[in-house]
Design a protein around this ligand. Structure first.
Ligand SMILES: Cc1cc2nc3c(=O)[nH]c(=O)nc-3n(C[C@H](O)[C@H](O)[C@H](O)COP(=O)(O)OP(=O)(O)OC[C@H]3O[C@@H](n4cnc5c(N)ncnc54)[C@H](O)[C@@H]3O)c2cc1C
Length: 388
C-alpha cells in the first residue's frame, strides 16, 4: 500500500464535500427561488448576492490576510458549481470576483492588494475584468483602449465590451495600450479603475440569450484620469497578466458549466420518473435510460477534468494552460449537450418557461464563448502541446 494519500484517496476531501453541502443548502433555499425571476426580468440577483455574502461564498478565493476565507481553487470551483446548479447568473458573482481580482493576486503591489481585496472579501464591493473590446475579442492583442501617461497619473480613452457585472461592480481590472509603438502584446498594461473615477461610464445593458441576471455592459473611458499607483504589475506586462489570469479562471467556467449541466440532469431525472406515456413512466423506456446514462457519463467526465484542472491551478503546475483550456472547453460542450438533452427529455414542457431546463440550455451557451471561445481554447491547448 502506498502512503501517498493523493493516490489512495483519489476523491475530494471531506472538507470539500462538507463545503458542497453547505453551498447547496444556501443555493437551494436562498438562490433557486429567485433564479427564474432574475432571468425573466434580466435583473441582478440581489437576493443571491446577499445570501452569498451572508455565507462567505461571494468571493471565497480571497486569502485570509485580506479578510477572505482563503478557499483553495477546488473549493472555489465547488462553490461556483453548486450555485450554477440552481442559477448560472448568481454563480458569476464568485466567478467574476475571482476573474477581476486574479490579476491583482498574481501581480499587484502589496499596497494595491491591501486596498482593493478587503472590500471584495467583505462583500462591500465586486470586482470586474475588462479585457475584450468590440474589435478585439479573440484577438486581445489588437485592443485599442489607450492609457496615456499624464504627469503622475494615467488618462484612459477607449471602450471595453461585454463586461460581466459592469455597473454593479465598484472596481475593474482594465487592460490598455500604454506603448502604441511597442511590440504587439507587450505594449499593454493593467490598471485598477474605480466606478467613481471621472470620465468612466457604462453602456446600456446588453440584451442576452442567457445569464440574463448577470449584467453585461460596455466600459467607456473618455479622458478618465487615474493615479499612477493603480498599475497592476509592470508596464507592458498587462496582457501576460490577463492571460495568466484566464489560465486559472477558465477552470471556474468549467465548474460553472458542470453546475448548469447537473441542475438540468437533476431536474430531468425527477421529471422522467413522474411523466407517463404509453401507460408507463417514461423512465422505463430504454431509449430514455440511454440518454440519461450518456448525460451523466459526460457530466462526470467533465467534473473530474475540472477538479484536476483546479488542483493544477492551486499548485500552479506548468501544464495549467492546457488543463484550464481543456476543462473549460470540454465542460462547456458537455453543458450544452446535457442541457439540450434535458429539454428533449421534458418534451414540450422542456421548451416552455414553466420549467427551468430551457433557461439552463440558454445559460449553458455562454460557457462555450466567454473567457475565450472553444476555438480559442483549442489554440491554447495546441500551443502547449507543440511547445513540449
Ligand atoms: C455575456 C458575456 C459576458 C462576457 N464577459 C466578459 C468579461 O467580463 N470581460 C471580458 O473581458 N470579456 C467578456 N466577454 C467577452 C468574451 O470573452 C468574448 O466575446 C469572446 O472572447 C469572443 O470574442 P468575440 O465576441 O469578439 O468573438 P470573435 O473573436 O469575433 O470570434 C467570432 C468567431 O470566430 C472564431 N475565431 C476567432 N478567432 C479564431 C481563430 N484564430 N481560429 C479559429 N476561430 C476563431 C471564434 O471562436 C468565434 O466562433 C463576455 C462576452 C459575453 C457574450
Amino acid at each position: 500500500m502506498s502512503n501517498n494519500k493523493g493516490f489512495d484517496f483519489f476523491r475530494t476531501s471531506e472538507d470539500h464535500e462538507e463545503l458542497r453541502a453547505a453551498v447547496r443548502a444556501v443555493a437551494e433555499d436562498k438562490i433557486a427561488p429567485h433564479a427564474a425571476e432574475a432571468d425573466e426580468t434580466a435583473s441582478f440577483p440581489q437576493a443571491g448576492y446577499d445570501a452569498l455574502v451572508a455565507s462567505d461564498f461571494h468571493a471565497p478565493h480571497i486569502g485570509q490576510e485580506y479578510g477572505g476565507v482563503g478557499a483553495d481553487a477546488l473549493a472555489t470551483c465547488i462553490v461556483i458549481e453548486e450555485v450554477a446548479r440552481v442559477c448560472a447568473s448568481s454563480s458569476l458573482i464568485p466567478a467574476v470576483n475571482k476573474l477581476g481580482t486574479m490579476p491583482l493576486i498574481l501581480a499587484a503591489s502589496d499596497e494595491i492588494k491591501a486596498k482593493y481585496l478587503p472590500p471584495v472579501a467583505a462583500g462591500e464591493s465586486m470586482f470586474a475584468y475588462g479585457l475584450s473590446e468590440r474589435e478585439a475579442g479573440s484577438d486581445t492583442a489588437s485592443m485599442r483602449c489607450r492609457a496615456r501617461a499624464d504627469g503622475d497619473g494615467w488618462v484612459l480613452n477607449g471602450q471595453k465590451s461585454w463586461i460581466t457585472n459592469a455597473g454593479v461592480s465598484d472596481f475593474y481590472t482594465v487592460l490598455a495600450v500604454t506603448d502604441p509603438d511597442g511590440k504587439r502584446g507587450r505594449n499593454v498594461s493593467a490598471f485598477v479603475v474605480e466606478k467613481a473615477d471621472a470620465g468612466f461610464t457604462f453602456g446600456d445593458p446588453e440584451r442576452k440569450m442567457g445569464i440574463k441576471g448577470s449584467p453585461t455592459r460596455e466600459l467607456i473611458f473618455q479622458g478618465c484620469r487615474i493615479p499612477g499607483d493603480r498599475m497592476v504589475g509592470a508596464p507592458g506586462e498587462g496582457l501576460k497578466i490577463a492571460l495568466a489570469t484566464l489560465d486559472h479562471t477558465r477552470v471556474t467556467i468549467g465548474a460553472q458549466a458542470v453546475g448548469i449541466a447537473q441542475g438540468a440532469l437533476d431536474f430531468a431525472l425527477g421529471y422522467v420518473k413522474e411523466r407517463s406515456q404509453f401507460g408507463k413512466h417514461i423512465s422505463e423506456f430504454q431509449g430514455i435510460q440511454f440518454m440519461l446514462a450518456d448525460m451523466a457519463m459526460k457530466l462526470e467526465a467533465a467534473r473530474q477534468m475540472v477538479y484536476v484542472a483546479a488542483a493544477k491551478s492551486e499548485r500552479g503546475d506548468g501544464d495549467l494552460s492546457f488543463f484550464g483550456a481543456a476543462a473549460k472547453c470540454f465542460a462547456s460542450d458537455v453543458a450544452m449537450a446535457v442541457t439540450t438533452d434535458a429539454v428533449q427529455l421534458l418534451g414540450g414542457a422542456g421548451y416552455v418557461k414553466d420549467y427551468p431546463v430551457e433557461r439552463m440550455m440558454r445559460d449553458a451557451k455562454i460557457t462555450q464563448i466567454y473567457e475565450g471561445t472553444n476555438q480559442i481554447q483549442r489554440i491554447v491547448m495546441a500551443r502547449q502541446l507543440l511547445k513540449a
